[in-house]
Design a binder for this molecule. Sequence first.
Ligand SMILES: [Zn+2]
Length: 88
Amino acid sequence: MLRINCPCCGPRDHDEFRYGGDASVVRPTQEDLSSEAWYRYVFIRNNPAGLHREYWQHALGCRHWLIVERNTRNHIIHSVDFAKEVGA
Ligand SMILES: [Zn+2]
């Protein structure tokens, strides 16, 4: 079981959180609104073996959106930040 150290509430089991997807995906800009850019944005994801930035919401707690940097090989969490402070 993952323990996520919410910056607002402290360490909590991951059951209190909702996974929100890959935090490294960048929305297409106004200059590139092609269907190919949107296809990549919506459907194409990396599957890294190592550090991965992910959105998580503390749904059963403070309800803040967080960016969690987690190692996918061993599930060790390296950092947790509020998404709004990172600019996501
Ligand atoms: Zn929280």
